[in-house]
Design a binder for this molecule. Sequence first.
Ligand code: KIV
Length: 282
Amino acid sequence: MSASVRSSSNHGSGLTPTNELRQVTVPEFVAAKARGHRLTMLTAYDYTMARLLDDAGVDSLLVGDSLGMVVQGQPDSLAVTLDEMVYHTRLVSRGVRRSLLVADLPFMSYQISPQQALESAGRLIKEGGAHAVKLEGGVRSADAIAAITAADIPLMGHIGLTPQSVRRLGGFKVQRDAERLLQDALAVEAAGAFAVVVECVPTELAARITAALKIPTIGIGAGPDCDGQILVTPDVLGLFDDIRPRFVKHYAEMGQAVRRAVETYCREVRDGTFPGSEHSFR
Ligand code: KIV
């Protein structure tokens, strides 16, 4: 089905009305901060979910390297490859009509040199169809951010708990070093990022960072004072329960719904109720 004939609801609260076939742009995303429009972001990893989330009016979708955990069943995101990110970004891009599509640069696809970072970002844009890329790190990633943004590739930063540093950090822990985090935030902005994810930071510190920056902050486990919020979609929908951080809210219990549906299907196949005559050809 083409995007133009898809049904859509107009919630009227996103950056562009959901019944308009117009993409949210990077300048609109940035301007939302001054307008006081709270930005909404969710992760997506495939076409079907991207279509649903886009239709529901989310401002931006992230193809996160969290797919290492919620799609691939690994303990962290470290083994995710650039080829895998390109593949999932391509799937998601086919379902996107209006959301700003951001794709993660995975571990070791940008740390070696600014040139490597630029080449990897270019693949997510050209082969994956992303509108922008995201990478982790503040001061230490400033050269990579500058190289990517100098090539007119919009970039979102990511500071605080950076999951690709999980081994150095010793686990997924709240980050409280205020001076270092402020330096990181300012370095990301100065290097040319259009927004920054702030992960697992105390509310007051996230508010300080948000006030210090001109670009929007997108919080995850960073309290209500960021300019927007992001969550991992399988967490939001109650589909993934391997780990449940304090900042996750289940807006649905789809894991239970799936289990119930599959149990019913199995029972109906076994007792001969399915398929009925309405599902069969004569
Ligand atoms: O990989 C990811 O999904 C992320 C978000 C949780 C911010 O980086």
